[in-house]
Structures are given as structure tokens and as C-alpha cells.
Design a protein around this ligand. Structure first.
Ligand SMILES: Cc1ncc(COP(=O)(O)O)c(C=O)c1O
Length: 414
């Protein structure tokens, strides 16, 4: 194909790239798809510059780039298209079908509902209009004022020490969790904690028990780690495995939402909590207590039971909590509490797999907790949430009625 035709878009006024880059791209494209065949002699840089109204340096740059990449070769003082193109030529001519390039595990992940849209009654999303923007912004600003440049390289492994300390205090006061700050690991959302449990506490092919119905994101996390997911029925007292299941499918992980089963709202009874702890004896099983829903309770719901973790602090229990409900889901800040005897080994594995960050946000959050602003915010939200009907089975019924009568505009979240 004549070079004039190939380079007709060289002076396209709409093109964003510098001329030398454009020339290089046009020539490379023509060589790659065979319009300029192997052995074709390219004009001298002087000639091509004159023919196309270019500076000679522009052409030299393009030729040198093509030469460096192996698209052309120097030949008897001239430049010819290489007989075999560089490695790029070996690449498949068309983009491969993407699905085939994902792992079988990724292809099988069930779809989750989109989190981005803030529709009325979206489960798991607090009333963001009530978020205390000004005080949070102040905490962030103060944190920025304290932080030094070198601290921006990476977060402290396990999370900012002051936040680990505040979370340990917060949990012992509110949830009966028995832990020291070293047992608290700050993570990027409860989702990351579940991911760490799936990948670091179990091997692919191991069995994970999940509540059915349950939290889709937990299920996907386990599936993506190659675990064999078993859905365990839920009743009014929470996860209810029968005797046969313990025999047939002994679990490596048991993942449950203890204080507010998602989505039924059932509270795992004390009897069941003790039974799970008893069953852990003599087994290589971890219990993952996802306590995402303990923070807000309204007057009519039963009071929150203390965390399972606090009943037997030495048991193989990982306690997970999140700030997604207390503050806002996009913050991606949560924590996992690991048994004291697992801190060293599990801490090392977590550090070897993930990098820590959120240097400023973690400091800001520690301030928010220590100054009592979080408690204040929680008190305020507890009142609003009653009306939103997001928490508790009776509130859910009420919500349905309201939706059917089309009155949802009067609900706070609408
Ligand atoms: C059962 C359950 N666990 C955990 C979370 C919170 O996860 P994250 O901290 O990743 O936002 C949610 C959020 O909706 C949830 O429903």
C-alpha cells in the first residue's frame, strides 16, 4: 500500500498525540497488520520528512522507536520492514474472549446487587444525610496536620496503633470482646477480613459453612478462595446446623452473623453460641463471627448479646466488625480480632498478603472515637434507624406495609 495513503491521517487536527508518536503508531500498525510487508523499504528519514511536511527529527524519532522494538531493520544504509516482527506479532490477532481468561472460580461467582445506587430501603446503608460531615472533616484535617511525609509510604502493619487501641476499648465496652490492641487488625472493610479468613485459615477444597439465606458477598469470598460452600439453614435463633451436617460436612470455617442475622434479623441465641463453642473443641475449625449489625438496635428489638468471642477468648474465633454502618460504607474501614495465640502467625500471614494504607483516615477515625463523637453519632442514628426499619424482623414487616401503601417517602431513607 502506498505510504501516502497509509499516512493520510498524520496531520489529522483532531489527533491528540505529538506528530512523532502518531507517525510511529501509523507505521507500526501498518507493519503489524501486513499492509507494509516484510522487506518493504521505507523512505529515508530526509525523504519522508520532505514528502509529508515533517521535521526530520520527527521521522528519526519514529524510525528509532520502530528499530528498537524490532519492527524494522537497518539494511545497507536504509530501513526495511523486519522479516519477522517482534514478539507483538506472536500475540493473537484479536482480543481473546474475556470470560475464558478468568479463573473458573471467578466465572461462577453469583452476581451481587450493586452497592453504588442509593435507593430507598437499600439494605445495609445507613442514613447518610445524618452523617456528621463537619466533625469528620475536622478529624481528617487534624490527622493531616499530624502526619509526616515518610508515614505516607505505608500504613502501620495491622493498622494505626492509636486506632487499634481505640477499637479494643470500644469493643470491650460495647460488645464484651476480650482483647488487647495487638489482637485487633484494621482491614479494608469486613469484606477484606472475610477474604483473609478464607485464604489464610483454610485451603482450597475445605468446607465453609455459611448461613442460608445469608450475605452474598461472604459467599463469593469463600467461593473465590476455592472453598466448598455449604449453606446452613437459619431459624429464629440463627444458624441451625443439624447433627447430620456436623458428620457429613465437617467445616473448616463457620461464618455467621451473630447479633443480627443477615437478612432475617435473628439473633443467635446464647444456647447456640455455647453449642458452637463446644463443637469447636477437638476440631480444626474456625468460627468467623461477622458482627456487622450489632451497633444499632431499636427499643423493640431484643438487647444485643455480647459477642461469642468474649464468651471464650481463647477459642478459635475471629471477630469481625465494620464501620460501614456506623459511618459510611465507602470508608472501607473494619477490623478483625484474632485470638491472642494466633497474633504472631496470623499477623505475619496478613502482612505477607496485604499492604496497609489509609494512614490518614485511620488516625482520623481514632480521633473520632476518642473524642466521643462516634458515641454521639450512634445515639442519634439509633433514633433514625427505628423509622428506617432496616434492623429487626418486626421493623422489616413494618417496612413491607409501608412500601405496599406507597408511603415510603415519609421514611427517613427515602
Ligand atoms: C452480613 C454483612 N457483613 C458485613 C458487611 C459489611 O461489610 P463491609 O465492611 O465490607 O462494608 C455487610 C454489609 O452490608 C453485611 O451485610
Amino acid at each position: 500500500m502506498p505510504l501516502k495513503l497509509l499516512l493520510r491521517t498524520l496531520h489529522d487536527p483532531a489527533a491528540q498525540e505529538p506528530r512523532q508518536l502518531r507517525l510511529y503508531q501509523l507505521l507500526k500498525g501498518a507493519i503489524a497488520d501486513g499492509r507494509l510487508g516484510p522487506g518493504t523499504r521505507l523512505p529515508s528519514s530526509r525523504q519522508l520528512a520532505a514528502d509529508h511536511g515533517l521535521a526530520r527529527n520527527t521521522v528519526l524519532f519514529s524510525y528509532q522507536q520502530l528499530l528498537a522494538e524490532g519492527w524494522v531493520q537497518a539494511h545497507r544504509g536504509g530501513t526495511r520492514v523486519a522479516s519477522r516482527g517482534p514478539d507483538h506479532e506472536a500475540a493473537p490477532p484479536m482480543a481473546p474472549a474475556c470470560a475464558g481468561m478468568l479463573s473458573a472460580r471467578a466465572r461462577q461467582l453469583p452476581a451481587l446487587h450493586a452497592h453504588e445506587s442509593l435507593l430507598p430501603f437499600a439494605p445495609g446503608v445507613p442514613d447518610l444525610n445524618a452523617f456528621p460531615w463537619a466533625s469528620w472533616a475536622r478529624c481528617l484535617q487534624q490527622a493531616w496536620g499530624e502526619v509526616r511525609a515518610r508515614q505516607l509510604v505505608a500504613g502501620h502493619p495491622g493498622g494505626a496503633p492509636e486506632l487499634r487501641h481505640s477499637v479494643a476499648q470500644f469493643l470491650s465496652g460495647r460488645r464484651g470482646v476480650v482483647c488487647t490492641p495487638e489482637q485487633v487488625f484494621i482491614v479494608v472493610g469486613a469484606q477484606m477480613a472475610l477474604d483473609a479468613c478464607a485464604r489464610l485459615l483454610a485451603d482450597s477444597g475445605d468446607t465453609a459453612w455459611l448461613e442460608n439465606p445469608g450475605y452474598g458477598a461472604a459467599r463469593n469470598t469463600m467461593l473465590a478462595a476455592g472453598l466448598d460452600v455449604v449453606g446452613v439453614p437459619v431459624d429464629a435463633q440463627g444458624m441451625a446446623p443439624d447433627e447430620g451436617l456436623w458428620q457429613r460436612s465437617p467445616p473448616r470455617l463457620i461464618v455467621l452473623t451473630s447479633s443480627h442475622q443477615y437478612p432475617t434479623g435473628a439473633v443467635l441465641s446464647l444456647q447456640r453460641r455455647l453449642d458452637f463453642l463446644r463443637r469447636l473443641h477437638g476440631r480444626d475449625t474456625w468460627l468467623i463471627e461477622d458482627d456487622y449489625g450489632s451497633d444499632f438496635r431499636h427499643a423493640r428489638a431484643s438487647p444485643a448479646l455480647p459477642a461469642i468471642q468474649g464468651l471464650q477468648p481463647q477459642a478459635p474465633v475471629i471477630y469481625i466488625g465494620t464501620f460501614s454502618k456506623l459511618l459510611y460504607p465507602g470508608l472501607r474501614m473494619a477490623y478483625m480480632v484474632v485470638p491472642r495465640w494466633a497474633v504472631r502467625e496470623l499477623g505475619k500471614a496478613i502482612r505477607n498478603l496485604y499492604r496497609s494504607g489509609q494512614v490518614v483516615e485511620q488516625r482520623a477515625l481514632a480521633r473520632f472515637l476518642n473524642s466521643g463523637q462516634l458515641t454521639h453519632h450512634m445515639r442519634r442514628m439509633a433514633g433514625l434507624l427505628y423509622f428506617s426499619g432496616m434492623y429487626g424482623p418486626d421493623a422489616l414487616c413494618k417496612l413491607h406495609v409501608v412500601m405496599r401503601t406507597g408511603l415510603h417517602a415519609c421514611i427517613r431513607l427515602a
